[in-house]
Design a binder for this molecule. Structure first.
Ligand SMILES: *[C@@H]1O[C@H](CO)[C@@H](O)[C@H](O)[C@H]1NC(C)=O
Ligand SMILES: *[C@@H]1O[C@H](CO)[C@@H](O)[C@H](O)[C@H]1NC(C)=O
Ligand SMILES: *[C@@H]1O[C@H](CO)[C@@H](O)[C@H](O)[C@H]1NC(C)=O
Ligand SMILES: *[C@@H]1O[C@H](CO)[C@@H](O)[C@H](O)[C@H]1NC(C)=O
Ligand SMILES: *[C@@H]1O[C@H](CO)[C@@H](O)[C@H](O)[C@H]1NC(C)=O
Ligand SMILES: *[C@@H]1O[C@H](CO)[C@@H](O)[C@H](O)[C@H]1NC(C)=O
Ligand SMILES: [Zn+2]
Length: 930
C-alpha cells in the first residue's frame, strides 16, 4: 500500500492525544528501579571505637578507604531453592549460604579492613597473610547499621602497605526475597500435569548499582575491578549460569550439583550475574550466543528473533569498535520478574520477558523494534561500561550516553532504519528535563554522588538521552570518521580500566585539531542548554540559556556549533558561536525573499529562535513545498516553536500555524513532533472549556492494512489513536466492532494496532468489556500481549473500575511488582484517572515506600507522570505540601524530581493564564474555515 492512504488529505488541525506518547513505544528507561527506604537514615561518617592509634584514617565519607586493592575473589554460593517443589513436599527454601575469599594487596599500613555488605548474616571472618601463611587475629568486626553498608574488620596486627598480600575469608547466609535486587527469587506458572497450573521458581540477580553487596561481602565500587572465580552449588535438574562458562559435576550422591565457572576478566562488581533455573537455552556452539527463557517459550520459538538480532549486532560492534567481544560466551536470559528493562551483566545479559521474547501472532512491529533496540543498547555496554568502565557513578553518562548513542547504529545494522528517530526519542526528551532550573549537569563532581539515592537519581533522561545527544553533537562537530577512530583508540587504551571523561577528550583531541575539552566542558559541566537567536535583518546572533520558566541564567556561554543554510544557495555552512552575543555576522543576514535555517537535522543540542519575518518565511516555505527542508528539521521547527512559545519567547500561534503544512506531509518525524507538542495543549486544557474547540479531523485506513515502512506504521497507529480518542464515530465503531469479534471468537486485530484498538474499545465499552480484557490479561502468556492489555485496562472512563484497578496494583498476584509504576502511570494518563492516581499515590505513599521500596519502584517516574497535567494553584499547593511532608520524614530520594515537577507546574500555571484565550481564539478561527 502506498504512502498517505491512511493520512487524511482534509486533515486540518491535528491534535494529539494523551495516549500518543505511550502508544509510540515503551520509553522505558534501562533503569534499576530501586529506592532506599529511609529505614537506615544516613548518619555521620563512621568512627572507630578503638583506642589504639592507627595510621589510616577511617573513611571520611561513604566511600571505601584506599589502602586495600582487591585482586581476585573465590566465591561459593549455594541457594537452597527448589525450582519445582518435589512431589511429596511443600517445603520451599529461600535461603542461600556461601563463602568468599578475596585476595588483597595492601598499599598503605592499616589495622582495619572496610568492605561492603547488606542484608547478609556474616558468620565467619578470617584474615591471612599470604606472604607468611599466617592467620591474623581479628579483634573485632561489625556491620555498620547505616547507609555506608560497611563491614568493618579490626585486626590485632598491622597490614603492611608495601604491597604485601592478604586473604580475607567471609562466610555468610542470606535470603532470596522477591524484591528484584541482589540475589532474589522470581516465579512463573507452567501448565503441569492434566493442564493444571503449577508454580516454578528461579533464583536470579540484579546488582546495579550497589547490590552485589547483598550477595556476598565485597568491595562494591566500580573502580575496584577484580577477577571472580564463581562456584554455584544448586539442586539437581537445574542450570546455573554466571558471567563465564561453567562446568558442572555432581556431589553428595545426587543431592547437589556444583557448577564451577572459569575466571572472569578483571571486572566491576555491579556487572556480576547469577541465575539458577530450569530454563531452556537456544543457540550455543558453534555460536557464542545462547538465549535462555522458560522452556515453553523457547520451544515455541519466541527467542529466535532475539538470537538472530544479537548475532548481527554483535558482529557489527566488533567491526565498528575494532575490538572483539572478549568473553568466550554471551548468554541472554528472559527473567519473569525484572525491575529494569534489561541489564548488561558481562556475558549474561538479563531482560524482562517483553524485552527478549516475541510471538509471531501477537507481537507488533514496535515490540520487535523494542527488542532490537534493547539488545543493541545492552550489547554496546559490553564495550562501553563493561570493558571500559566509569571510575565512579558521577560519570554514569559515559556508560549510558554511549550505549544509547551506539544503539541507534546497532539497530541500523540490524536492518532497522531508525537512526533519525534519535531526535524524537532522546533529544526531545532531554530538551524537556534540561529546560528546568532543577535539572543537573551531565557530569557532577565525584564528591556530589555519595548515597544510594544520589546514585539512583542519576539514571534519568539527562544521563541517557542528553548523554547520547551531546555525543552525537560531538561526532558531527569533529566528523563522524574521526570520532569513531578516536573511540577505537579510547577503548583499546582503557580496556579493563576506569577512565574519567577527560581521558576521552584527550583521545579525541589527539585525533583532531579541535579543542574538544573546551568545546565539551561547556556542555557536560553545566546544567541546561542554550537557545540561539538569529536576527536576519542585522545578521546578529546570540545565545542564552533556555528555561521553560524564565529564571536567572548562569554559567559560561556554550560553544555552539551551528550548521545552517539559506534558501537562495542551499549551501551548507558551519559556524562556531562562543560568545553570548549579540555578535554581528553578515552570513546570518538574508535577502528579501530568502530565509535561513539553522541547526540542520538538530545535530546540536540547542534550540533556535528567529525574528518573526524569518519564521513567517519558513512557514510559507513549509506550506508551499516542505521537501526543501529536511525531515528532521521539519520536526525540529515544530518542537522549537512550541517550546519557545511555552517559554514565552514566541507567540503560541506561530507554533500552531506551523502544524498546518502537515496536511501535505506524510513523514513520521514532523507528525510525531506535532502530536507530542499538541499533547501538551490537551494536558493543559482537557479539563477546561477550551477543550471543546480543540477538535479533530482525521480519517484512517479502514481496512486495517498495515503499511510496509516502519515509520508509516507508526503514523497509522497515531492516526487511529488520535481519531478514536477524539471520539470520531467511524473510529469508535471500528474499534468496538473489532473488539466484539475478539470477544465472540478469535482476535482479528493486527498486533500493531492492538494497543490502540483495545484502549479505544475499553474506553468506549462497559464493565463486561473490562472484565473480558482483565481475564485475557491474566490468561496471556506472552509478555508483549499482556502489556498491551494491561495498558488498555487503564483506558476505561468508569471511575470505580479505575479505582479498583489502582487497588489491584498493590496485590502482586494481580499486578507484578515490576509493573506497578507503569500501571499507575497509564491510569494517570487517562484524564478520568489522573486525579485518582494522584490521590492514590499520596494516600499510599508510606505503604508503597515500605512494601515496594527496595529494588522495585521508580518514585521519580511515578511522581513525574501523575503530575504531568498539573496547572492550577491548588495542585501546586498540594505538591508543596507533599514536599514539606517528605522533608519532615527525611525521604531524600525524590527531592530533585519533586523540585522539577513543582517548577514545571509553576511554568504551566503561567502559560495557561497567558495563553488560554489566544489558543481558544486560534482554534475557533481555524474551525470557521471548515
Ligand atoms: C581465581 O582464579 C585465578 C585463575 O585461576 C587465580 O589466579 C586466582 O588466584 C583465583 N583467585 C582466588 C581468590 O582463588
Ligand atoms: C517422597 O517421600 C517418600 C517417603 O517419604 C520418599 O521415599 C521419596 O523419596 C520422596 N520423593 C521425593 C521426590 O522426594
Ligand atoms: C566454602 O563453601 C564451599 C561450598 O559449600 C565449601 O566446600 C568450602 O569448604 C567452604 N570454604 C571454607 C573455607 O569453609
Ligand atoms: C540472620 O540472623 C538473624 C538473627 O539471628 C535470623 O533471625 C535470620 O533468620 C538470619 N538470616 C539468615 C538468612 O540466615
Ligand atoms: C540531514 O539528515 C538527512 C537524513 O535524514 C540526510 O540525508 C542529510 O544529508 C542531512 N543533512 C545534513 C546537512 O547533514
Ligand atoms: C499572538 O498572535 C495573536 C494572533 O495572531 C495576537 O492576537 C496576539 O496579540 C499575539 N500575542 C502577542 C503577545 O504578540
Ligand atoms: Zn544502559
Amino acid at each position: 500500500m502506498g504512502k498517505g492512504v491512511f493520512m487524511s488529505k482534509s486533515l486540518a488541525i491535528a491534535i494529539g492525544v494523551l495516549t500518543v506518547s505511550s502508544v509510540c513505544g515503551v520509553v522505558a528507561m534501562l533503569v534499576v528501579y530501586r529506592i532506599q527506604i529511609a529505614r537506615n537514615p544516613p548518619k555521620p561518617p563512621p568512627t572507630l571505637q578503638t583506642t589504639t592509634p592507627i595510621p589510616t584514617e577511617p573513611p571520611a565519607n561513604l566511600r571505601l578507604p584506599d589502602h586495600l586493592i582487591p585482586e581476585s575473589y573465590e566465591v561459593f554460593l549455594q541457594p537452597y531453592l527448589y525450582v519445582e517443589l518435589p512431589d511429596n513436599s511443600t517445603e520451599q527454601s529461600f535461603i542461600f549460604k556461601g563463602n568468599s575469599t578475596v585476595r588483597l594487596k595492601c598499599v598503605k599500613n592499616s589495622k582495619s579492613i572496610f568492605l561492603h555488605v547488606r542484608g547478609l548474616n556474616v558468620t565467619d571472618v578470617r584474615v591471612t597473610s599470604t606472604d607468611f601463611g599466617k592467620v591474623l587475629s581479628v579483634s573485632h568486626y561489625e556491620i555498620h547499621q547505616n547507609e555506608s553498608n560497611f563491614l568493618e574488620i579490626q585486626l590485632e596486627d598491622m597490614l603492611l602497605g608495601n604491597g604485601s598480600r592478604y586473604e580475607l575469608f567471609t562466610a555468610f547466609e542470606g535470603e532470596l526475597l522477591d524484591d528484584l535486587s541482589g540475589f532474589y527469587v522470581s516465579q512463573y506458572t507452567v501448565k503441569g500435569k492434566e493442564d493444571k497450573e503449577e508454580v516454578r521458581f528461579l533464583a536470579t540477580s540484579q546488582m546495579q548499582p550497589t547490590d552485589a553487596r547483598q550477595v556476598f561481602p565485597c568491595f562494591d565500587e566500580p573502580a575496584l575491578k577484580a577477577v571472580f572465580n564463581i562456584t554455584i552449588i544448586h539442586r539437581p535438574k537445574t542450570t546455573a549460569l554466571s558471567n563465564t562458562k561453567g562446568v558442572f559435576k555432581t556431589i553428595d550422591g545426587e543431592k547437589w550439583h556444583v557448577t564451577t565457572f572459569s575466571p572472569t576478566p578483571v571486572m566491576s562488581t555491579y556487572l556480576l550475574a547469577f541465575t539458577v533455573s530450569n530454563f531452556m537455552g537456544k543457540g550455543g556452539y558453534p555460536s557464542k550466543i545462547t538465549t535462555y527463557a522458560r522452556a515453553d517459550a523457547v520451544i515455541a520459538g519466541h527467542a529466535d528473533y532475539a538470537t538472530q538480532m544479537t548475532e548481527k549486532i554483535l558482529n557489527f560492534y566488533e567491526t565498528t569498535f575494532g575490538l572483539k567481544y572478549p568473553l568466550d560466551k554471551l548468554d541472554q536470559i528472559a527473567v519473569p520478574d525484572f525491575s529494569a528493562g534489561a541489564m548488561e551483566n558481562w556475558g549474561l545479559i538479563s531482560y524482562q520477558e517483553s524485552g527478549l521474547l516475541l510471538e509471531d501472532d501477537t507481537s507488533s512491529n514496535f515490540d520487535k523494534e523494542w527488542v532490537a533496540t534493547l539488545i543493541a543498547h545492552e550489547l554496546a555496554h559490553q564495550w562501553f561500561g563493561n570493558l571500559v568502565t566509569m571510575r565512579w557513578w558521577n560519570d554514569l553518562w559515559l556508560n549510558e550516553g554511549f550505549a544509547t548513542y551506539m544503539s541507534y547504529m546497532g539497530v541500523e545494522a540490524a536492518d532497522w532504519n531508525l537512526k533519525d528517530l534519535i531526535v524524537l526519542k532522546e533529544i526531545h526528551s532531554a530538551f524537556q528535563v534540561d529546560s528546568l532550573n532543577s535539572s543537573h549537569p551531565l557530569s557532577l563532581p565525584e564528591s556530589d554522588i555519595e548515597t544510594y539515592s544520589d546514585i539512583i537519581e542519576l539514571f534519568d533522561d539527562i544521563t541517557y538521552s542528553k548523554g547520547a545527544a551531546v555525543l552525537r553533537m560531538l561526532s558531527t562537530y569533529i566528523g563522524e570518521e574521526e570520532f569513531m577512530n578516536a573511540i577505537k583508540t579510547y577503548l583499546r587504551k582503557f580496556q579493563y580500566m576506569n577512565p574519567v571523561y577527560k581521558d576521552l577528550w584527550e583521545c579525541l583531541q589527539e585525533e583532531t585539531k579541535k579543542d574538544v575539552e573546551a568545546f565539551m566542558s561547556t556542555w557536560t559541566e553545566q546544567v541546561g542548554y542554550p537557545v540561539i537567536t538569529i536576527t536576519t535583518q542585522t545578521g546578529e546572533i546570540s545565545q542564552e540559556q533556555f528555561f521553560l520558566k524564565q529564571t536567572e541564567g548562569h554559567g559560561i556561554p556554550w560553544q555552539v556549533h551551528i550548521i545552517y543554510f539559506k534558501s537562495d544557495s542551499m549551501q551548507v555552512n558551519e559556524y562556531l558561536l562562543k560568545d553570548k552575543g549579540p555578535v554581528p555576522n553578515p552570513n546570518f543576514q538574508v535577502g528579501k525573499d530568502e530565509w535561513i535555517l539553522a541547526n540542520i537535522n538538530c545535530t546540536g543540542f540547542y534550540r533556535v529562535n528567529y525574528d518573526d519575518e524569518n519564521w513567517n518565511k519558513l512557514l510559507m516555505q513549509l506550506e508551499s513545498n516542505h521537501h526543501v527542508i529536511p525531515v528532521i528539521s521539519r520536526g525540529q521547527l515544530i518542537d522549537d516553536a512550541f517550546n519557545l512559545a511555552r517559554a514565552g519567547r514566541l507567540n503560541v500561534t506561530t507554533g500552531l500555524s506551523l502544524t498546518k503544512f502537515l496536511k501535505n506531509d506524510t513523514e513520521y518525524i514532523p507528525w510525531e513532533s506535532a502530536l507530542k507538542n499538541l499533547d501538551y495543549f490537551i494536558l493543559m486544557f482537557d479539563r477546561s472549556e477550551v477543550y471543546g474547540p480543540i477538535t479533530y479531523f482525521e480519517t484512517y485506513n479502514e481496512n486495517g492494512t498495515v503499511p510496509e515502512k516502519h515509520t508509516d506504521q507508526y503514523n497509522q497507529v497515531n492516526a487511529i489513536t488520535v481519531a478514536c480518542s477524539n471520539g470520531l464515530p467511524e473510529c469508535l465503531s471500528m474499534a468496538t466492532s473489532l473488539f466484539r469479534q475478539y470477544r465472540n471468537n478469535t482476535n482479528p486485530i493486527h498486533p500493531n494496532l492492538r494497543r490502540a484498538i483495545y484502549c479505544s474499545a475499553i474506553a468506549a465499552g462497559d464493565e463486561d468489556d473490562w472484565e473480558f480484557a482483565w481475564e485475557e490479561f491474566q490468561r496471556a502468556t506472552v509478555a508483549g500481549e499482556k502489556d498491551k492489555l494491561r495498558y488498555a485496562l487503564s483506558c476505561t472512563k468508569e471511575i470505580w473500575l479505575l479505582n479498583r484497578y489502582l487497588q489491584y496494583t498493590l496485590d502482586p498476584t494481580k499486578i507484578k511488582k515490576m509493573d506497578v509504576v507503569s500501571t499507575i502511570n497509564y491510569i494517570a494518563k487517562n484524564v478520568a484517572g489522573q486525579p485518582l492516581a494522584w490521590d492514590f499515590v499520596r494516600g499510599q505513599w508510606s505503604y508503597l515506600t515500605q512494601e515496594y521500596g527496595a529494588g522495585i519502584i521508580s518514585f521519580n517516574s511515578l511522581l513525574d507522570s501523575v503530575t504531568k497535567r498539573f496547572s492550577t494553584d491548588f495542585e501546586l499547593q498540594q505538591l508543596k505540601q507533599l514536599q514539606r511532608e517528605l522533608e519532615e520524614k527525611d525521604h531524600e530520594f525524590v527531592t530533585r524530581t519533586l523540585e522539577q515537577v513543582i517548577e514545571r507546574t509553576e511554568a504551566n500555571i503561567k502559560w495557561v493564564t497567558e495563553n488560554k484565550q489566544i489558543v481558544l481564539d486560534w482554534f475557533s478561527g481555524e474551525l470557521k474555515n471548515y
